[in-house]
Write a protein that binds this ligand. Structure first.
Ligand SMILES: Nc1ncnc2c1ncn2[C@@H]1O[C@H](COP(=O)(O)OP(=O)(O)OP(=O)(O)O)[C@@H](O)[C@H]1O
Ligand SMILES: [Mg+2]
Length: 258
């Protein structure tokens, strides 16, 4: 189901710690994210990307400024936002399938429908044969894929993904990029996606943001429509529009040091 909720990040600053050891993670951030955008966020390690995503998820409140969805202040986590964490977080006592169905269970989705959905997403991430296993029996990348399946299966309007494909081999990564693009095109979800890969950002994003080193601020905000439907990333690498945008993003990251 398409949604029409816009996300507004207004004058947001984030500080950590107390007097003497106070760290500013985010400088002033102002962003309006329109419904259905696929926003990729890149920037140097420690610049505040995860912090920004955690604020949108509602795990904490900004030191300054406000975050609103459809005009309503974000006060905590909610089923409208699903987060794929930088390191996998699964419930160790539940099976892989149990983890994938968790969000749907909370939402009161009936058993048969839950099984259908978990089958679909387990297949998508290549974990069908591991449905009955527990997380400790999976590799790091498999746990990450399970986490991705869990978030997508719970069908949130906002999908917040923190370097979700970082631990995957190149082939699996490309396959999941394609799957995510397809889901995005079919559902019109709003996706916020952190990545260290400039190519991934340009390939996936309908909009690409670059942050400066800490305290992070947005130093580049560009539209990206270099990915025609059905064209794999490998074929894009030789296209002039793709190369131009990739170089622009790369330059912004390199020159962001203030
Ligand atoms: N809970 C916290 N308490 C104290 N400092 C924190 C906390 N979370 C983040 N920071 C600090 O805020 C800054 C930004 O961290 P953040 O995790 O947002 O960076 P990042 O851009 O996601 O980096 P990476 O690419 O390495 O994941 C860092 O200096 C970090 O030490
Ligand atoms: Mg991070």
């Amino acid at each position: 189901m398409r949604h029409d909720k816009s996300l507004k990040i207004q004058d947001v600053q984030q500080f950590f710690g107390t007097k003497g050891a106070r760290v500013q993670a985010l400088s002033t951030i102002n962003l309006v994210i329109e419904p259905g955008q696929f926003v990729c966020l890149a920037g140097p390690s420690g610049c505040g990307k995860t912090t920004l995503l955690r604020l949108v998820a509602g795990f904490m409140s900004p030191t300054e400024g406000s975050i609103t969805i459809e005009g309503k202040s974000v006060k905590g986590p909610g089923p409208d936002r699903g987060m794929v964490f930088q390191s996998p977080t699964l419930y160790p006592w539940m099976t892989v399938r149990g983890n994938v169905e968790l969000g749907m269970k909370y939402q009161g989705v009936k058993k048969a429908e839950r099984t259908d959905q978990s089958d679909r997403y387990l297949k998508m991430v290549g974990l069908t044969d591991f449905a009955a296993r527990r997380p400790y029996e999976l590799s790091g990348g498999m746990q990450q894929r399970c986490q991705i399946a869990r978030v997508l299966a719970s069908d949130p309007e906002f999908v917040l993904m923190d370097e979700p494909f970082g631990a995957l081999d190149a082939l699996t990564r490309e396959r999941l990029q394609e799957e995510l693009l397809t889901i995005w095109r079919q559902t019109g979800k709003t996706i916020l996606f952190i990545t260290h890969s400039v190519e991934e950002a340009v390939f996936l994003g309908s909009r690409v943001l670059v942050m400066s080193p800490r305290p992070g601020e947005i130093v580049l905000d560009v539209e990206s429509n270099v990915t025609p439907e059905g064209v794999p990333v490998a074929d894009l690498r030789s296209q002039p529009e793709f190369i131009a945008l990739r170089d622009q993003v790369r330059d912004a990251i390199q020159h962001s040091h203030h």
